[in-house]
Write a protein that binds this ligand. Structure first.
Ligand SMILES: *Cc1c(COP(=O)(O)O)cnc(C)c1O
Length: 405
């Protein structure tokens, strides 16, 4: 198994990219889908931004270091990863806040309709952001299971809001088909790409998508709490109104007018002053990922997860898969069900294999293709086999949920 893994690593066209990341010795990192690894270049870039741009340039750096355009500049670099034009994407705020802005924008574009349709079990923040608008009397939340989404689209639905890759199972939605169904019902479609961007190809414009949001700190390696991104199809830019009308989204912020006038295109998605340090770190991650190209990342991610299952098979591990078995139907993760998933996850972490647990019984392992080796995958499979075969996960320290946050 290890031999085969090493042969695969030797033939891996992305093998050299591992050097571009800082991975601690002895760690097999299977949580890049939750917090992407640190790019090696981020150290120097952050030091430079702090020392030269902030420290010496001071306020002049808004122009001399190009801070003022950073949200648009990074957006343009994210665009090819999601099938968008450069002027259709901006890096700003958190995914949650971007959801709020775009849900509200969709409601304004569909007067007379209040329903936001999503699915039960969608990522909590997506559902909560709808609920917040519902509590204000501005929206009405409707949830329909995966099989019933198209049937739940009617003349009351303003927006279909779904996550492309399900955070627990990795199951995919068909962006093209569901966007078409939403449009046929007169609704708009907003896609959450948090587990897609930088891991698998998405073609928003070919699918006719209206809006999208996604995370900067997962497969884009922007760092903890990195700014998120938002996409609005160019055809909607003129009409787009979002309610967080802060001064940075103004057409002329430094005219200091009493009256709001929205900036051109995606600029009006901005609210307050952009977090330059966070954006600087995000830019490094985005450049590496965009430089590799999402097609190559996707090809390797599929190989990695297939190889993991092959290793488990050879080791005789029988643990039910919660993800689709066909790699074409899932994102870059494998989730397994086990009643003791929590303790198993803790036992793996104690061995240096970092994955995560999702309530109630999911062990979730992410395969970030930019820096994971096949050797890591073989090692993780061996550790999982040992943990399952032994008694180690029964230890109190791994089972006591209060002990570990
Ligand atoms: C991780 C994730 C988020 C995170 O939102 P934040 O506002 O950055 O906390 C949102 N949606 C999905 C689907 C996610 O997986």
């Amino acid at each position: 198994m290890l031999e085969r893994a090493r042969a695969l690593d030797a033939g891996d066209p992305l093998a050299a990219y591992r050097e571009r990341f800082t991975i601690p010795e002895g760690v097999i990192y299977l949580d890049g889908n939750s917090l992407g690894a640190l790019p090696a270049a981020t150290h120097a870039r952050m030091a430079e931004v702090v020392r030269a741009e902030w420290g010496e340039g001071l306020i002049r750096s808004w122009n001399s270091a190009g801070w003022i355009d950073l949200p648009q500049r990074i957006g343009a670099k994210i665009a090819p990863l999601i099938g968008a034009a450069p002027h259709e994407v901006i890096a700003a705020d958190s995914t949650s806040v971007n959801l709020f802005k775009l849900i509200a924008a969709a409601l304004a574009m569909r007067p007379g309709r209040k329903v936001i349709l999503s699915e039960p079990g969608n990522f909590p923040t997506d559902l909560y952001m709808i609920a917040g608008l519902e509590a204000q009397g501005l929206a009405e939340r409707r949830l329909a299971g995966r099989e019933h989404i198209a049937g739940a689209l009617d003349e009351d639905v303003a927006l279909l809001l779904l996550t492309h890759v399900h955070y627990k199972t990795g199951a995919l939605h068909d962006i093209a088909a569901l966007t078409r169904a939403a449009h046929d019902a007169g609704a708009l479609a907003l896609w959450d790409l948090s587990h897609s961007a930088g891991a698998l190809p998405v073609d928003l414009n070919a699918c006719g998508a209206d809006f999208a949001v996604g995370c900067g700190y997962k497969y884009l390696n922007g760092g903890p709490g990195a700014p998120a991104f938002a996409f609005v199809a160019g055809r909607h830019h003129q009409a787009l109104q979002q309610p967080l009308t802060g001064w940075m989204g103004h057409a002329a912020p430094f005219a200091f007018s009493d009256d709001y006038a929205p900036g051109d295109g995606m600029t009006r998605l901005l609210c307050g002053t952009p977090p330059i340090l966070g954006l600087a770190a995000l830019e490094v991650g985005v450049e590496i990922i965009a430089g590799i190209g999402v097609e190559r990342l996707y090809a390797k991610s599929q190989q990695l997860s297939k190889f993991f299952r092959l290793c488990l098979g050879e080791l005789g591990v029988d643990i039910p898969l919660a993800s689709p078995a066909d790699p074409a139907e899932r994102g870059s993760q494998l989730s397994f069900r086990h009643p003791e998933a929590y303790a198993i996850c803790q036992a793996l972490i104690a061995r240096g294999v970092i994955g995560d647990f999702r309530d109630p019984d999911i062990l979730r392992l992410g395969f970030a293709p930019a820096y994971l080796r096949f050797e890591d995958v073989a090692g993780a499979a061996r550790h999982l086999a040992e943990v399952l075969a032994g008694e180690e996960w029964r230890r109190d320290e791994f089972r006591d949920r209060a002990a570990v946050t």
